[in-house]
Design a protein around this ligand. Structure first.
Ligand code: B12
Ligand code: SF4
Length: 455
């Protein structure tokens, strides 16, 4: 079977950037670097028996500013690869573009089997009813996808594959339900094959510095249940730690990449494991730079561990600071305290770590709220500060709490850079205020300094 797996382009919607003052724009991140891990795993399990192509449209548009528009690009891919199956991975904000890919693919070849997967397909399958989509693969999908490809090859009935959804003019038809397989994901010992995305290698890098970065998973899920987060609902609040030796094997296989961004929701859930992981990194004399997601309270409770990680390559941390108000943290079910924020910032900074400290700004902030917030953020500045919008991500608790108040249902806006709820301030003013916040930061850098990479 010829299988084409696509990571769709980014959503172009970024109102914070559009309304930000000129001198703030350079600090507002508009793209993330990193490969589409999910479809790379799918490719890994079928590549020995089938002809599989992974196509990263985000990478392509970064590589070639003049790349054709999505419908033309899709047509070109269909002609070049003549796939039997087209799969697309979906985040909420990329829904429209991903569905466009299917529409074009089906128009070009009505016999092509179209398959949707990824977080948005898992959390909101009902969004996907369309005449040009055949199957939704929700949840962990490596074995399911393999079964789909095999069934297609042997012309077997897709209804016999458990754990998928068939899409037709009648709506969604669930096949036999099976227990989630996220718990066994790491036991399959798969390593995503990075040669499949080599074309876009130069684009997977921290801006300005010519050092390519890649993503490595060391865990899945998160045991916390923040109300605005759509990661934990995706795997029902479970948390799975990958075994240390398999993480080491993968990091060692990333010869071409000096920067490893752990793609975990929350990298340090069990401090002992990460401590041991770094013992092994030291033992193996692996000299790389690492980026991790670490919670405020985790840093405060484990300052020695943070120092050890920093001494051995941890260069940047993404940390949800979220709010300067206890009440808001409580509403978000953050399970951490405002008083810990300055302490955590100090721990990270003292260890020379670039902190992507991210706040979420609620839509009901008025001038006073912005003033009070500005005072707090200016007092406790961080190097790579981020100020995004509290967004009801479909599938999150927050979404259910406010779904009747949503005023903008355009999926493209669900990327934390647009307000989909009614704002208290006039909308433009709200965006301008958030855009201006991006100037509040320590120093003048908008990149991670990786100039002292050892090898
Ligand atoms: C890697 C990653 C990326 C990568 C790749 C994204 C991708 N489509 O794969 C990149 C860097 C491109 C990326 C970008 C963004 N991301 Co991102 N990203 C992640 C991250 C850190 C890990 C995802 C991952 O690899 N999981 C592990 C793999 C194995 O799981 P998986 O992708 O779900 O795949 C499995 C199944 O879902 C399924 N599957 C997936 N795709 C498909 C396709 C088919 C056909 C089939 C059959 C099955 C299938 O099979 C896989 C194996 O079982 C998550 C956070 C997290 N830790 O979960 C955020 C996350 C997915 N990102 C998120 C967001 C919002 C973004 C951005 C919009 C952020 C922004 N504001 O800019 C950008 C979008 C583009 C941009 N502006 O640059 C949100 C999504 C929220 C939502 N509900 O939509 C998350 C959950 C983070 C968060 N804080 O909420 N991201
Ligand atoms: S926001 Fe972070 S800490 Fe909270 S549930 Fe999501 S991943 Fe976990």
């Amino acid at each position: 079977m010829k299988v084409l797996l696509i990571s769709p382009p980014r959503s172009p919607e970024n109102k914070i950037y559009d309304y930000a003052p000129e001198d703030a724009k350079k600090f507002i991140h508009r793209k993330l670097i990193g490969p589409p891990l999910g479809i790379m795993y799918l490719a890994e399990v079928i590549k020995h028996d089938h002809d599989v192509t992974v196509y990263d449209m985000k990478g392509q548009y970064d590589l070639d500013q003049n790349a054709p528009e999505l419908p033309i690009l899709t047509e070109q891919l269909m002609k070049k690869y003549t796939p039997d199956i087209v799969g697309v991975t979906f985040l909420a904000s990329e829904f429209n573009l991903g569905m466009k890919i299917f529409e074009v693919a089906k128009k070009m070849d009505p016999d092509v089997l179209t398959v949707a997967g990824g977080i948005h397909a898992t959390l909101c399958p009902e969004d996907f009813v369309a005449p040009y989509l055949d199957i939704i693969c929700y949840g962990e999908s490596v074995d399911k996808f393999k079964s789909i490809v095999e069934a297609r090859k042997k012309n077997k009935n897709l209804k016999d594959i458990p754990g998928i959804i068939l899409v037709s003019h009648k709506g969604l038809e669930y096949t036999k339900k099976i227990p989630s397989t996220w718990s066994t994901f790491f036991s399959k010992k798969m390593l995503p094959d990075r040669t499949l995305i080599e074309t876009w290698y130069p684009t997977y890098r921290v801006p300005v510095h010519p050092i390519p970065a890649t993503y490595v998973l060391s865990s899945l899920g998160c045991p916390y249940q923040c109300s605005f987060c759509s990661i934990w609902p995706q795997i029902n609040g479970c948390y799975y730690q990958r075994d240390i030796e398999s993480i080491i094997t993968e990091i060692k296989s990333c010869d071409d990449y000096l920067v490893i961004r752990f793609a975990d929701a929350n990298t340090i859930v069990n401090p002992d494991i990460i401590d041991k992981l770094f013992d092994r990194i030291i033992e193996e004399e692996i000299h790389k730079h690492y980026v991790m997601d670490i919670r405020v309270d985790t840093a405060v409770n484990n300052p020695d561990l943070i120092k050890k990680l920093a001494d051995n390559g941890l260069k940047a941390v993404i940390c949800g600071l979220e709010s300067f108000r206890e009440k808001e943290l409580k509403n978000y079910n953050k399970n951490s305290g405002v008083n810990l924020i300055p302490e955590a910032i100090k721990i990270f900074h003292d260890n020379g770590i670039h902190l992507r400290g991210n706040y979420v700004i609620p839509p009901d902030y008025d001038e006073d709220d912005f003033d009070q917030f500005t005072e707090f953020a200016s007092k406790y500045k961080v190097a790579l500060a981020g100020y995004t919008i509290l967004t009801p991500m479909p599938g999150s608790i927050f979404y259910n709490q406010v779904k009747n108040q949503i005023v903008d249902h355009d999926h493209a806006k669900y990327n934390f850079f647009n307000s989909v709820l009614k704002t208290k301030l006039p909308l433009e003013k709200y965006y301008e205020k958030i855009g201006a916040l991006w100037k509040i930061k320590l120093g003048g850098t908008e990149t991670i300094d990786i100039s002292d990479v050892k090898d």
